[in-house]
Ligand binder design. Structure first.
Ligand code: ZN
Ligand code: ZN
Length: 360
C-alpha cells in the first residue's frame, strides 16, 4: 500500500515552504495526511521539513502506519502535538506553518504551548489543497472506480424501486449496494427526496413514502479507496406531466451547455454563467440557487467552486461536478449532476448513467 507519489508530493510542499520562508509544516487535515504519506487512519499529525517527514499517530495505528506511510513513523506515549514539538526542537525548526483553516482552536493552543522557545506557529491555508486540485493519473483512476461503483449501485437499486417505499429505505439500499460493490462508505449522506421534497436542494431522506406521479431525486456518491464520486439523477414514478418534462428538459439543456464549456483555461465563472443563461431563457434563473459545480477528490467539496465570480481557470486533470438544478417550492425540483475530468480541449464525463428522464 505504499504510495510512490507521496514522496514527490512532499517535495512540492517543501518547495512551497521555501517560498514562504517556513522551516517546517504541521499537517493536521486527514485527507492531506493521506495525500502526503499514504496513511489512512483517523488520528495523526504529519511534520514536513527540509530534514524529512515524520508521521505521528497513536498505538491503535502502529502497524497500519508502518505499512502505509513511506516516511518515518512515531507512535508516542504522550499527545501527538507534544511529540511533534519534540521533533521541532530536535530539528531546530523556527518558523512552523500550520493549517489554520483545519485546526480546532483547542489543538492550536496545545501545539503552541508545547513548542520550544524561539519556535513560532505561522498560519498557512490551502497549501496542500492547492496541490490536490489537479489530479494525477492514479487519482483519476481511483475516481473512475468510485464513479463506476456509484452508478452501478444506482442501477441495481433503481430496478427495485416501487411506490410505497420510504425515502430512507431507498437511501439505505443505495449505501448498502455501494459497499457491496467496493466502496469504503458513501461519499456523503445520500439524498433521496420525492414529490414536493425534491424542491429542497439538500433534502435529508425521510419516512415519507414515494407515490405514483411523483418525481424522485437521488444525489449519491461513493467513497472508494478514499476517492469520491458524485451524481444526481431524477426519475419519475408514473408518466410525467408536460410541465415536469419541460422542467427536466430545461435543466438537462443547462447541464449539457455547461459541460460544453468545460475545458482547460475556461474560467469557473464562465461555465456557471452558461448554465444560468440557459435556465434564464426558460424563465427559471431565479430557481437555480446554488453553484453549478465543485471540485472533488479525497474530499467531496474541493476547489474549484464552479460558481459566480470565481475567475479560476480550469486546468487539465481537475475533476469537477456539473450540477445545475431548479427548485420550485410547493411543486418540486430537478438537478442533474455528473462527475467529469477536465481535458485540454474539453472534458470526459466519467458518470455513465443515462440522463434521459426515466419513468418507473
Ligand atoms: Zn451531488
Ligand atoms: Zn455535488
Amino acid at each position: 500500500m505504499s504510495h510512490p507519489e507521496s514522496h514527490l508530493r512532499r517535495q512540492r510542499v517543501i518547495d512551497a515552504l521555501g517560498e514562504q520562508k517556513l522551516d517546517g509544516f504541521i499537517v493536521s487535515a486527514l485527507p492531506n495526511i493521506r495525500y502526503l504519506s499514504g496513511f489512512t487512519g483517523s488520528n495523526a499529525l504529519l511534520l514536513i521539513s527540509f530534514r524529512g517527514a515524520v508521521l505521528f499517530t497513536d498505538p491503535r495505528y502502529a502497524t497500519q502506519a508502518a505499512e502505509q506511510a513511506d516516511c518515518e513513523v512515531r507512535v508516542p506515549k504522550n499527545q501527538l502535538a507534544q511529540a511533534a514539538a519534540g521533533s521541532i526542537r530536535r530539528r531546530r525548526l523556527k518558523r512552523i506553518g500550520f493549517e489554520s483553516a483545519r485546526v480546532p482552536h483547542a489543538d492550536y493552543e496545545r501545539m503552541k504551548i508545547t513548542l520550544p522557545a524561539g519556535a513560532r506557529l505561522v498560519p498557512v491555508s490551502g497549501l496542500v489543497e492547492k496541490l490536490r486540485v489537479v489530479k494525477d493519473s492514479s487519482e483519476i483512476g481511483l475516481i473512475r472506480d468510485s464513479v463506476r461503483t456509484c452508478s452501478k449501485a444506482y442501477e441495481r437499486v433503481l430496478k427495485r424501486i416501487r411506490p410505497g417505499m420510504k425515502e430512507l429505505e431507498i437511501a439505505a439500499e443505495l449505501d448498502y449496494q455501494m459497499r457491496r460493490l467496493g466502496a469504503d462508505s458513501s461519499a456523503f449522506d445520500t439524498i433521496v427526496a420525492s414529490g414536493p421534497r425534491t424542491a429542497l436542494p439538500h433534502a435529508e431522506p425521510s419516512e415519507k413514502t414515494i407515490n405514483n406521479n411523483e418525481l424522485l431525486l437521488i444525489d449519491m456518491g461513493a467513497r472508494q479507496r478514499g476517492y469520491m464520486s458524485d451524481m444526481t439523477r431524477v426519475t419519475c414514478l408514473g408518466k410525467p406531466s408536460r410541465r415536469t418534462r419541460k422542467l427536466y428538459q430545461a435543466v438537462l439543456e443547462a447541464q449539457l451547455a455547461a459541460l460544453d464549456e468545460v475545458k482547460e483555461n475556461a474560467t469557473a465563472d464562465k461555465i456557471d454563467r452558461r448554465a444560468r443563461t440557459v435556465l434564464a431563457a426558460h424563465g427559471l434563473a431565479g430557481y437555480f440557487v446554488h453553484s453549478t459545480g465543485h471540485g472533488l477528490g479525497l474530499e467531496i467539496h474541493e476547489s474549484p467552486r464552479i460558481g459566480t465570480g470565481n475567475h479560476t481557470r480550469l486546468q487539465a486533470g481537475m475533476v469537477i461536478t456539473i450540477e445545475p438544478g431548479v427548485y420550485m417550492e410547493g411543486s418540486g425540483g430537478v438537478r442533474i449532476e455528473d462527475t467529469v475530468v477536465v481535458n485540454t480541449n474539453g472534458c470526459e464525463i466519467l458518470t455513465p448513467t443515462s440522463k434521459d428522464l426515466l419513468v418507473i
